[in-house]
Write a protein that binds this ligand. Structure first.
Ligand code: COA
Length: 284
């Protein structure tokens, strides 16, 4: 359990899914320095929380987030270098370093507005499900800055170059259907199915061996910046490492349940967690 009470975020846990909610609905969940500090702390705690198998980020009150708080994050930090640096460090740490490297699967669920600085967590999480009628905008160009911190970088990495230029330079809003078409998100669904579809994805992820899933998402992320030689080597070593610490003994269990017991088909679904082979049976 979190060891403190939060003011600007909420944590709700149910059956392995932890909902982490940006909770400033009256400000459209604009991200203030205090909110960033709380998110940084909560994600740190949840990473090894045994009740948390998947983290879903969302916003309270029907909107994901209106981005950085223009008053509290920008204006009120002008001329205060140390305070500004602290706010930037906490903001960037949870929105990028923590989420990008998170041990557990992460999902963003988007409804309403998702603006500017909120693209950092949008693109750092593993998966994004949005309402078809959500509103996305890289609005920075409309009020005198460029998409800062890492927003320009992660946008340019996520979608093809022409779409990145289009949305960053025009700053025009676009909906969930367009966000899925260009590749900012995985899935756009009708608003009334948003929670069910997001939970459905979370439940699918919870069927996999946590260790294998963690290694797989790290592999996909890290090979993007490797050349072929590095990728061969990294993936071979990573493959060995999975087997060493996998409490489910997924490799032996999977092979045996498919080849010997004819108990499941890996193309269709994972083997059931908790049905791993014992030490005795793996020796055979
Ligand atoms: N920073 C600070 N305050 C914000 C904010 C932000 N990014 N986004 C919204 N708010 C505040 C508004 O100032 C308003 O506060 P008030 O009630 O004290 O006047 C409150 O949240 C509600 O905003 P409002 O504009 O009335 O809501 P809306 O539903 O009509 O419009 C938006 C929502 C998101 C379209 C609009 O608020 C907006 O354009 N916000 C700026 C978003 C932005 O450019 N963010 C980029 C930051 S990197």
């Amino acid at each position: 359990m979190p060891d403190r009470k939060y003011k600007y975020i909420k944590i709700d846990k149910q059956d392995g899914i932890t909902w982490l909610t940006l909770n400033r609905p009256e400000k459209r969940n604009a991200m203030s320095p205090a909110l960033h500090e709380e998110m940084d702390h909560a994600l740190f705690i949840l990473e090894d929380d045994p009740d948390t198998k998947v983290v879903i980020l969302r916003g309270a009150g029907g909107n994901f987030s209106a981005g950085q708080d223009l008053k509290e994050f920008f204006r009120e930090n002008e001329g205060k270098p140390r305070q500004g640096r602290k706010a930037r460090e906490e903001a960037n740490r949870w929105r990028w370093e923590r989420l990008y490297n998170y041990d557990k699967p992460t999902i963003c669920m988007i409804e309403g507005y998702c603006v500017g600085g909120a693209f950092m967590q949008l693109l750092a999480t593993d998966f994004v499900v949005a309402a078809e009628n959500a509103t996305f905008s890289l609005s920075e160009v409309n009020w005198g800055i460029l998409p800062g911190a890492l927003v320009s970088k992660v946008v340019a990495d996520a979608v093809i170059y022409r779409h990145a230029l289009w949305y960053a330079c025009l700053g025009e809003p676009f909906d969930g259907v367009e966000a899925a078409r260009v590749g900012f998100i995985n899935l756009a669904v009708p608003h009334d199915k948003l929670i069910a579809e997001t939970e459905n994805l979370a439940r699918k992820l919870m069927l996999k061996s946590p260790r294998v899933l963690r290694a797989t998402k790290q592999a996909i992320r890290h090979v993007r910046t490797m050349d072929f030689g590095q990728a061969y080597d990294y993936l071979a070593e990573k493959g060995k490492a999975i087997k060493v610490g996998d409490q489910e003994k997924s490799y032996e269990t999977g092979l045996s349940q498919f080849l010997d017991k004819k108990a499941y088909k890996p193309v269709m679904a994972p083997f059931k967690l908790g049905t791993m082979l014992t030490d005795e049976t793996t020796k055979k």
